[in-house]
Design a protein around this ligand. Structure first.
Ligand code: CDP
Ligand code: MG
Length: 139
């Protein structure tokens, strides 16, 4: 299942009209957009989505940010999508990441870092089904 991943364009990017530019980079890297929707996370959804980070020092900040505006959520497909997408987005802290990565170009702070990408096949499956419960994974 390493060929499917959940990709989010976070509220800092949607509010600055960077949706199109970011999706262009994604498509140029060979990812196929299999599902897409735009919505604003409520507290309940954000808590469920980020439950693995509960209790961490940045948690409240993260939830406040993610509920502050609209998110574009997509399921992306390509060979080895999870690892390849993590390379394209760069590290969590945009300061530390490579110049050509999405977070380096569009991130503002370690929290407001433009995008989300799943980090493992287990998390990708869980995250995809949290946003798109009807999604069917194919071989
Ligand atoms: O998103 P990524 O998998 O790179 O990082 P994470 O460790 O799973 O953290 C999830 C999100 O929490 C990050 O993308 C940041 O928005 C936020 N975060 C933060 O605000 N401060 C930190 N020290 C670490 C993460
Ligand atoms: Mg993560």
């Amino acid at each position: 299942m390493e060929d499917y991943t959940l990709f989010l364009i976070k509220p800092d990017s949607t509010v600055k009209n960077h949706i199109g530019a970011i999706l262009k980079i994604i498509e140029e890297h060979g990812f196929v957009i299999k599902e897409m929707k735009m919505f604003r996370m409520d507290r309940k959804f954000a808590d469920r989505f980020y439950e693995i980070h509960k209790g961490k020092d940045f948690y409240d900040n993260l939830i406040k940010f993610m509920t502050s505006g609209r998110t574009v959520a997509t399921v992306l497909y390509r060979k080895n999508a999870i690892n390849e997408l993590r390379k394209v987005i760069g590290k969590t802290d945009y300061h530390e990441t490579k110049p050509e990565t999405i977070r380096r170009i569009y991130g503002e702070t370690i929290t407001r870092n433009a995008v989300h990408a799943s980090d493992s096949p287990e998390n990708a499956k869980e995250e995809i089904l949290k946003v798109f419960p009807y999604f069917k994974f194919k071989e």
